[in-house]
Design a protein around this ligand. Sequence first.
Ligand code: GDP
Length: 195
Amino acid sequence: MEIKKAEFVRSISRGGEYFNPGLPEIAVVGKSNVGKSSLINMLTNNRKLARVSKQPGKTRLVNYFLLNNAFYLVDLPGYGFARVSKEEKKSWDEMMRSYFEAARHLKAVLILMDIRHKPTAEDLMMVQFVEYFAIPYVVGATKADKIAKSKRFNECARLRRQIPSSFAYEIVPLSSEDGYGKEKLLGILEPYLQS
Ligand code: GDP
């Protein structure tokens, strides 16, 4: 699958109404600073589509991007920043829950984790959350350029061992710096869009 066209459609904030545009959706989630915005830009060949943040956790929005006029890539708010209040955490929980309950055309979720790190408790909760909604997911192991090519396979295997799961899912090493893993990821996601 080649991404020929990508456009920002809209943002939804807490309490906002989710829209069901009828086209398939793929959602992207991950810990703040994991490289989600950079990845969206890399996948869409657009360096400015998603805002790469220097301040982790600043925006708490669900952003919809329309790709190839055929499906939505939905950028969900990042999680896991150190200094958030209980109130903010609650607001994130609410946003996620209402998105997943409303997203009737959600076909798959891309869960991002840094290839160098152990999944955090929140990463594992995210996996459980997506499993609870019975949505297929793919784990994207970000910032793969930070480790040698020869080590990427092993690090992905290590990540898999650290994610307790009864679901079958793929893990793809990715780099937004050099585009590594892009074709593979799009190839994995494509069949979900047709399902
Ligand atoms: P987000 O908070 O998950 O949206 O993360 P961002 O896309 O804003 O990236 C957070 C930081 O990680 C930025 O400084 C990016 O330049 C950097 N970054 C993101 N992806 C990569 C990657 O694939 N390789 C490297 N080396 N750095 C990355």
